[in-house]
Write a protein that binds this ligand. Structure first.
Ligand SMILES: Nc1ncnc2c1ncn2[C@@H]1O[C@H](COP(=O)(O)OP(=O)(O)OP(=O)(O)O)[C@@H](O)[C@H]1O
Ligand SMILES: [Mg+2]
Length: 334
């Protein structure tokens, strides 16, 4: 248990000015100056995520996330939303600005609870030294000990039975490391748990996300929820413009195409979708090849179409001609 008298020097309150690029719907807003945002004073911890100054925050997502980090009231946070919409990155970018270290693990169907707690392993203390058996703390143990944010990505891919091992710590109880002589780790006051997933934990009724499992109700009951959808078209265009300004003339059409594809995907009419991640990749590749005659199509093939069914790729290319008009034929070899 951390010594409470040391905690004052560990905490730091940040003014809202650390958050630039905050948007409310379509407009950029200024965060209220009076806000005092909790974080850490030490900015040297290796587990603090890397900050990207161009990152764009949505007011309502930021508000919920900051409220949770400051005062979780015993809850964990479940962030749900479509692929590549900004679930994982928003946690990293917020923590980067607050010097809040993050322990991140992406789960899958082979996940076992002891990946979170730790294990004994042979390692040497210095190069070429004889190895010794030592206990390596897992991400949960580290996060609880030092007050880090534990981010569990794709939590709905993990087996509900293995996740049940988290129930006690989500209730605020200490973690007992039976393997490490029964070491007891009490939760640091700044320990937080955030899960991200494409579903809300109730399984994927649409069949669009492979491997999604239904989570246990008692487990889900320990979370508060936050939905992160794609940005509004204007904000997504701004986001692209900050990363690839040279593509400005076609960015509005690229965002329009992405939204058309998302609508077709949500209606179950095609099996591929275009996330913000893919959209950025498309803009970047097209920009890198901007002097070739078919840069937009070349970028779209490499960012999305090569991995899709041929007939779906053809449908998307037809859609491009409608959305981009002359700009498509000018930029494309067709
Ligand atoms: N608001 C934003 N500002 C800048 N870039 C963004 C923003 N949202 C998403 N991105 C970009 O999109 C990428 C994908 O975001 P992120 O990894 O957070 O998605 P995700 O919702 O966690 O996706 P998945 O469900 O696939 O895990 C990021 O690496 C970042 O480049
Ligand atoms: Mg993610």
């Amino acid at each position: 248990m951390p010594d409470p008298s040391n905690l004052q020097s560990e905490f730091k309150y940040f003014s809202a000015e650390v958050f630039t690029n905050v948007y409310d719907g379509v407009n950029q807003i200024k965060m209220p100056k009076s806000l005092m945002i909790l974080g850490f004073s030490n900015d040297k911890d290796a587990a603090i995520p890397v900050r990207h100054d161009n990152y764009i925050f949505r007011r309502e997502v930021l508000r919920d996330l900051l409220a949770f980090l400051r005062k979780p009231n015993g809850d964990a946070l479940f962030i749900t939303g479509p692929t590549g919409s900004g679930k994982t990155s928003v946690v990293n970018e917020v923590c980067a600005r607050l010097n809040w270290p993050v322990q991140l693990l992406t789960l899958n169907n082979r996940f076992e609870f002891n990946q979170l707690t730790g294990h004994f392993t042979y390692s040497s203390q210095k190069e070429g030294g004889a190895p010794e058996m030592t206990f390596q703390y897992g991400p949960l143990a580290k996060a609880m000990k030092y007050g880090h944010v534990l981010v569990l990505n794709e939590i709905d891919l993990a087996d509900a039975g293995e996740l049940a091992g988290l129930n006690d710590v989500l209730e605020g109880r200490p973690l007992v490391l039976a393997d490490n002589a029964g070491e007891i780790i009490h939760p640091h006051p700044l320990f937080r748990v955030v899960a991200t997933a494409n579903s809300c934990g109730n399984g994927d009724g649409t069949g669009r996300y492979m491997g999604v499992q239904q989570l246990n109700l008692a487990f889900l009951d320990r979370f508060r929820f936050l939905e992160v959808g794609y940005q509004s078209p204007d904000v997504e265009e701004t986001l692209l413009e900050k990363t690839v300004p040279a593509m400005k003339p076609v960015l509005a059409s690229m965002v329009r195409l992405a939204n058309e594809i998302r609508t077709l995907f949500s209606e179950g009419r095609i099996s591929l979708t275009m996330s913000t991640r893919t959209l950025l990749r498309w803009a970047q590749i097209s920009n890198d090849f901007r002097n070739s005659p078919n840069a937009l199509e070349y970028g779209l093939q490499r960012s999305l179409l090569i991995r899709s069914e041929p007939e779906e790729a053809r449908a998307v290319l037809n859609l491009c001609e409608t959305v981009f008009g002359d700009a498509w034929t000018k930029n494309s070899s067709n």
